[in-house]
Write a new protein. Structure first.
Length: 71
């Protein structure tokens, strides 16, 4: 379920492939943090209250990638 939820999250974003790669590279670490938060507060909704805020905070911005890619 977490992997499919991450795919749903990414489907709602219009990201270039380099940002998508960075997202999936960070996914294992992010998933561990999400699971820890869910275990600490089992009353929160997984997708809206735990996963999305965590992914919004870890998703690289377009500005960061474009700035790093420019000479």
């Amino acid at each position: 379920m977490p992997y499919m939820s991450a795919h749903m999250y990414m489907a709602g974003k219009d990201l270039p492939s380099d940002l998508q790669e960075k997202f999936w590279d960070a996914w294992p670490h992010t998933l561990k943090k999400v699971i820890d938060r869910c275990e600490k507060d089992e009353l929160k909704f997984f997708f809206t209250e735990v996963l999305v805020p965590e992914l919004d905070g870890t998703l690289p911005s377009r500005d960061t990638v474009s700035a790093a890619a420019s000479p």
